[in-house]
Design a binder for this molecule. Structure first.
Ligand SMILES: N[C@@H](CCC(=O)N[C@@H](CS)C(=O)NCC(=O)O)C(=O)O
Length: 319
């Protein structure tokens, strides 16, 4: 006897909705309005006291797909710190969630185990980027916003480009203002769209995201960067979201009003940063596609990985 299609649909919908809500509440804990709230990072040390600036002492744990880790890779490349600060590239684990280490360290196979090795009893999230001290076996910092400030300022003695200051004092107020807006509405804004658990939460995040992108598009008509003529940390923080926008956020996170290719000035701005020496090598598009579409199971349960969209603007536009 054939099962009526409406029965299949209703049963599937009811079971899937419950499983989806359960998985989303683990992946992206919402507030009572269904809005995604990103947890605070817990390790917030600076390069001071027991952590002195030395070459080859600290390691950056990163994943190619992560926009927050990507910020640290771009600053490391622009400052020429590749030799002084080694990176450890982790792999996303589609089944267990979280990150796998490329080889066992201190008997740890995963980043979560390494976090607990450094801080027994740690129950927070084990995120990248993470700046690790190989002398004291401890986590210096796991907040990308602070790690990029550290890389900009604290290792100049060992940097190939110590003269490059991505946070000059005269621009610090403007940088802080852009950071606040761009974090809320763009960097975390795309996640607030993709991880929204109610229609209203998604609609709000989507409107705020495109309001900021429209505002920046207008601004870039008359200036090269967010804070004027100079590239700053605020631009790098924006860049790592823009470079993923057409590849994953537009589609997987439903940030679909426009793509970056539809904005002439944002497109040229993204291409200009992409073309800075060392930056293109930090953009690993196949891994970005694979990790977002392959590992965020509740958002893409079928597991099909789309093709890369047309990114020719990144190399064709000359700045
Ligand atoms: N506030 C953190 C966020 C970092 C973050 O959320 N990283 C993600 C990858 S894109 C992660 O490692 N997530 C693993 C988890 O939450 O378990 C930062 O900016 O450094």
């Amino acid at each position: 006897m054939a099962i009526p299609p409406s029965w299949i649909v209703q049963t599937g919908r009811s079971i899937w909705t419950q499983i989806w809500q359960l998985m989303m509440s683990q992946l992206a804990p919402p507030n009572d309005r269904g809005e995604y709230q990103r947890p605070q990072s817990e390790f917030r040390n600076q390069i001071e006291g027991k952590y002195s600036a030395q070459p080859h002492r600290y390691r950056l744990y990163i994943g190619w797909s992560c926009p927050w880790a990507h910020r640290t890779l771009v600053v490391r490349a622009l400052k020429g710190l590749e030799d002084a600060i080694e990176i450890v590239v982790l792999q996303g684990d589609a089944n267990a969630g979280g990150w796998k280490l490329p080889k066992s360290e201190h008997d740890c196979q995963t980043l979560a185990q390494l976090y607990r090795f450094a801080k027994p009893g740690y129950t927070g999230r084990s995120t990248v980027p993470m700046l690790w001290d190989t002398q004291t076996y401890s986590i210096v910092n796991n907040e990308s916003a602070e790690i990029i400030e550290i890389l900009n300022a604290e290792f100049n003695e060992y940097a190939q480009h110590p003269e490059l200051d991505l946070a000059p004092i005269a621009l610090q107020e403007s940088i802080a203002q852009w950071n606040e807006t761009v974090y809320q509405t763009v960097n975390n804004g795309v996640y607030r769209c993709g991880f929204a658990q109610t229609q209203a939460a998604y609609d709000r995040a989507h409107a705020e995201l495109f309001a900021t992108l429209d505002e920046i598009e207008l601004l870039l008509k008359n200036q090269d960067y967010l804070c004027g003529d100079l590239l700053t940390l605020a631009d790098i923080r924006l860049f790592t979201t823009l470079i993923r926008f057409d590849v994953v956020y537009h589609n997987l996170f439903k940030c679909n009003r426009r793509q970056i290719r539809d904005y002439p000035h944002l497109q040229a701005y993204t291409a200009k940063i992409y073309q800075l020496p060392g930056v293109a090598a930090t953009c690993n598009f196949p891994t970005i596609l694979q990790d977002y579409y392959g590992n965020l199971f509740p958002l893409n349960p079928g597991g099909i990985i789309p093709q890369l969209p047309d990114l020719s603007y990144l190399v064709e536009l000359k700045s």
